[in-house]
Design a protein around this ligand. Structure first.
Ligand SMILES: [Zn+2]
Ligand SMILES: [Zn+2]
Length: 112
């Protein structure tokens, strides 16, 4: 017994669908009809939301606190930008350097 947090049928591996019956939520396999009782939907949504935060540029940075560098903005050609490092993928990869133009606020990332 206990809460079941799988979203795949443990008999045939097909994705299961949640179904409400008499006020309780079940997981039902569309293929073989296998049913999981006491399904707790919260655990599934938690799983789904755990996506890697790739290609996300956080722009809520306090610009005053960021160091400035001489670089050319690819958008407006301004020659000064603030920069910061951000971990975008797994922790064992080097953080990515992000730059933001102090004039037009355009943000971009520096590769390599
Ligand atoms: Zn099944
Ligand atoms: Zn610019």
């Amino acid at each position: 017994m206990g809460w079941v947090s799988v979203d795949f049928c443990d008999k045939c591996g097909t994705v299961m669908v949640s179904k409400e019956e008499k006020g309780k939520t079940f997981l039902v396999c569309k293929k073989c009809g296998h049913k999981v009782k006491d399904y707790k939907p919260l655990e599934i949504s938690e799983k789904v939301s755990k996506k890697p935060l790739d290609d996300v540029i956080i722009i809520e940075k306090n610009e005053e606190a960021l160091p400035k560098t001489k670089t050319v903005c690819p958008k407006c050609g301004h020659k000064e930008a603030v920069w910061w490092l951000q971990q975008t993928r797994s922790a064992d990869e080097a953080p990515t350097l992000f730059l933001r133009c102090t004039k037009c606020k355009y943000s971009w990332r520096e590769y390599g």
